[in-house]
Design a binder for this molecule. Structure first.
Ligand code: FAD
Length: 413
């Protein structure tokens, strides 16, 4: 390795960047983490982040193996045991209701996953980073100029500081400025949908259940938190989203309760509402000499199956394995032949997941008769095919197939 200021510079201390910093520091690399904005690490217990993530079993394993899981459980995590997915209205001539249910007990698992507020995840990872001596956190800091090469890529920070490293990682989110500085273009499209997010209280409690209703305007997800709360992700047309954001709380409560057919009873808004325009985006390349993209900097996906950060965590776990292997073999961390292994391992999987979610979104945003009949038939057949259901749910939990070492359960104590 050439003489550098630090082994690895990570731009972005969100969920993926902070997890990567912990993983690489644990392996003995020196890390400089640059974060543009001071994260919110302290908040009142009765305040809820309107941004939450459905965390898969593999992501839970990653947090556990990084030592961050206890910091999360101490703050707040909510396991869920059931998932109910159904479609709006009746309409087809089929003898069964178009719905699917999944239960953790059916596959011998204690739960299907956890709902965790994003600031809980980020706060826990930042707490863990502070226990690792070989991580230097610079915040607020960002990169104004980038110079790439395989041996010693370098950056100039906004305050004029110059830094060299063996590798620079862009974990700076969907609008990655590092990706732009590196001249990596993206493909994709807007969904003409906006996700309205908020926290609500449910009259009938959350029943440890994730509910998802597909409507022609977009999916509505109710993600359980604590005993009687749900975090809502309501994807709909930008026009309806605007209306939902502007209407008085009581009118919003009625609209939401009606939209989910009052399955968990009447719902009542707690606190603020937020909105996120939805798009599919994919970086044309994940790597350049001396640079790797991870998480949303590389790919942005429709949130309907709650997979975005789970994919980003798999990116970072894979990259960590590849960098450890490269160091052990004496190969430069930023060399293309090192980084190509990472791109090969992750790009195909991320594109496949994006494609599947895109197909789902299109399939369910369409009310054409034969298409509706076909998907209701598909739902009904899946509901009555336990083996297929088990396969689907195990796939969503990330417990099928090969996983990078951090994502495996074996290191749990
Ligand atoms: C409505 C909605 C619901 C979702 N639900 C789920 C879900 O249930 N499950 C799931 O897995 N995913 C979900 N996602 C996706 C998930 O939120 C993202 O995939 C995830 O936040 C990406 O994490 P990241 O660390 O890659 O990027 P980000 O979370 O965007 O973090 C990037 C970090 O980089 C910092 N930064 C930005 N620019 C710079 C710079 N120039 N220099 C330094 N720092 C910089 C930012 O301040 C931020 O801290 C959802 C997304 C949406 C919109």
């Amino acid at each position: 390795m050439t003489n550098t200021d630090t082994d690895i510079i990570i731009a972005g201390g969100g969920m993926v960047g902070a997890a990567l910093a912990c993983a690489l520091a644990e392996q003995g690399f020196t890390i400089t983490l640059l974060e543009r904005r001071e994260p919110d690490l302290e908040w009142p217990r009765d305040g809820y982040d309107i941004r939450v993530s459905a965390i898969s079993r593999t992501s839970q394993n990653i947090f556990h193996n990084l030592g961050a899981w206890p910091h999360m459980t101490r703050r707040r995590v909510t396991p869920y045991e059931h998932m109910r997915v159904w479609e709006s209205g009746g309409g087809t001539a089929l003898p069964w209701a178009p719905q699917i249910q999944f239960h953790a007990a059916d596959i011998g698992e204690p739960d299907l996953g956890h709902i965790i507020e994003n600031r809980v995840i980020q706060g826990a990872l930042w707490e863990q980073m502070q226990t690792l001596k070989n991580i230097e956190i610079r915040c607020p800091a960002s990169i104004s100029s980038l110079s790439l090469d395989e041996e010693a890529p370098s950056v100039i920070l906004n305050d004029g500081t110059r830094m060299r490293a063996a590798l620079i990682v862009a974990a700076d989110g969907a609008r990655s400025s590092l990706r732009e500085l590196a001249g990596i273009s993206t493909g994709g499209w807007g969904y003409d949908q906006t996700a309205v997010v908020c926290t609500v209280q449910a009259e009938a409690g959350n029943q440890s259940t994730c509910w998802q209703r597909f409507m022609p305007s977009g999916p509505l997800a109710l993600l359980p938190m604590e005993q009687d709360l749900f975090s809502i992700v309501w994807s709909t047309t930008p026009k309806q989203a605007e209306k939902l954001l502007q209407m008085p709380p009581e009118a919003f409560d009625s609209a939401l309760t009606q939209a989910c057919e009052a399955r968990p009873g009447r719902l009542r808004l707690l606190g603020e509402r937020g909105a996120f325009p939805l798009r599919l985006q994919h970086a044309k390349q994940y790597i350049k000499p001396g640079l790797a993209l991870v998480g949303d900097a590389a790919h942005v996906i429709h949130p309907l199956a709650g997979q975005g950060v789970n994919l980003g965590l798999m990116d970072m776990a894979e990259l960590a394995d590849i960098l450890v292997l490269a160091r052990n073999k004496g190969r430069p961390l930023g060399a293309l032949h090192t980084l190509r292994r990472y791109e090969r391992a992750r790009k195909g999987e991320n594109i496949a997941m994006q494609g599947a979610m895109d197909l789902f979104k299109r399939l369910f945003s369409n009310d054409i008769g034969p298409l509706r009949l076909a998907r209701d038939l598909g739902m009904g057949l899946t509901e009555h095919a336990p083996l297929l259901k088990n396969l689907l749910i195990r796939n969503a939990m990330g417990i099928l197939g090969e996983a990078p070492s951090l994502a495996r359960a074996k290191q749990q104590g």
